[in-house]
Ligand binder design. Structure first.
Ligand code: C2E
Ligand code: MG
Ligand code: MG
Ligand code: MG
Length: 281
């Protein structure tokens, strides 16, 4: 049997590709099992007003600890969840967790606090997305104006008409929209102008570049300027040191997210962190 597999494998696809597919199928089953057995969890990475050092919100990020205790990166398992369709249920679950967390944070007195949730293009294209969003807001009692959905720049480039309408409908619920990893795609100014979006998130790569060379800040600067022209708020992702924070402030970007302020935190830790950070600053 091994021989046959090896032989057919040789004809149809390379050995490494065969292993890759098998690995992906295994991961797909393991992910579904982990989800059903409630082994997935959501962590929250604070977003900070850089000038006042006030926490203004947090991004919800999905986590999966494998059976052997090691963490599996969402960059690896999200594509598999998308491919298998599991992302529909998974994404709804993350949104629900984030909305419930938001309500708890507001109850702690942080009443302007926002929560941001990543949305996959598979979810976004699903015909019941809007119904799901409205239902989740209603059932969790989360204030829509404190919920933000993050879509990627490539998603923002597709099917202009349908996208414009969907973004308008989402905006009508009170939920706001951010474009994630901004600067890595190819949005044009005229296209962006037609979209009902509220924030741009400068991709971490451009934040890192800020301190790396004399012209390193030019892309971040261009994005901040674009935000100003289109009346969009700008958030910097992956802020790791004070020098970056300083330059971002000089360039006019007031909100940052990154290891300088906090790593993604579990719900319990986030609550302690919020009180502690607020007392310290
Ligand atoms: P993203 O949405 O761009 O999230 C930001 C990523 O940067 C997170 O990685 C975060 O942990 C990481 N990060 C934040 N600050 C720093 C920093 O200062 N330095 C460095 N080196 N990294 C930083 P993470 O959690 O591994 O997530 C990776 C990607 O997986 C996310 O990128 C997002 O595209 C996707 N993802 C995560 N959770 C979800 C989810 O619930 N749904 C969907 N559809 N995608 C998700
Ligand atoms: Mg994101
Ligand atoms: Mg990002
Ligand atoms: Mg990303």
């Amino acid at each position: 049997r091994a021989k046959l597999q090896q032989r057919t494998g040789h004809f149809y696809f390379s050995r490494s590709m065969g292993i890759d597919i098998r690995e992906r199928v295994n991961m797909m089953h393991a992910l579904r099992a982990a989800f059903e057995q409630k082994q997935l969890f959501v962590v929250y990475q604070p977003q900070i007003d850089i000038t006042t050092r006030t926490p203004v919100g947090a991004e919800a990020l999905l986590r999966w600890r494998g059976d052997d205790g090691t963490m599996i990166s969402p960059d690896r398992f999200i594509p598999i969840a998308e491919y298998s369709g599991l992302i529909i249920d998974l994404g709804e679950w993350v949104l629900r967790q984030a909305c419930q967390e938001l309500v708890r944070i507001h109850q702690q007195g942080f009443t302007d606090f926002m929560v941001s949730v990543n949305v996959s293009q598979v979810q976004f294209r699903h015909p019941h997305f809007l119904t799901m969003l409205r239902r989740t807001l209603q059932e969790t009692n989360a204030p829509a104006h404190c919920v933000e959905l993050e879509i990627t720049e490539s998603m923002a480039m597709e099917e202009p008409e349908a996208l414009i309408r969907l973004l308008d409908q989402i905006t009508a619920t009170g939920v706001s929209i951010a474009i994630d990893d901004f600067g890595t795609g190819f949005s044009s100014l005229s296209h962006l102008q037609k979209l009902n979006v509220d924030r741009l998130k400068i991709d971490r790569a451009f934040v890192t570049e800020i301190t790396e060379s004399a012209r390193g800040s030019s892309i971040a600067e261009a994005i901040i300027q674009l935000g100003r022209n289109l009346d969009l708020d700008v958030v910097a992702e992956g802020v790791e040191d004070e020098r970056q924070a300083e330059i971002l402030t000089e360039l006019g970007c007031s909100v940052g997210q990154g290891y300088l302020f906090a790593k993604p935190l579990t719900s319990d830790v986030l609550h302690n962190w919020l009180h502690e950070y607020t007392n310290r600053h």
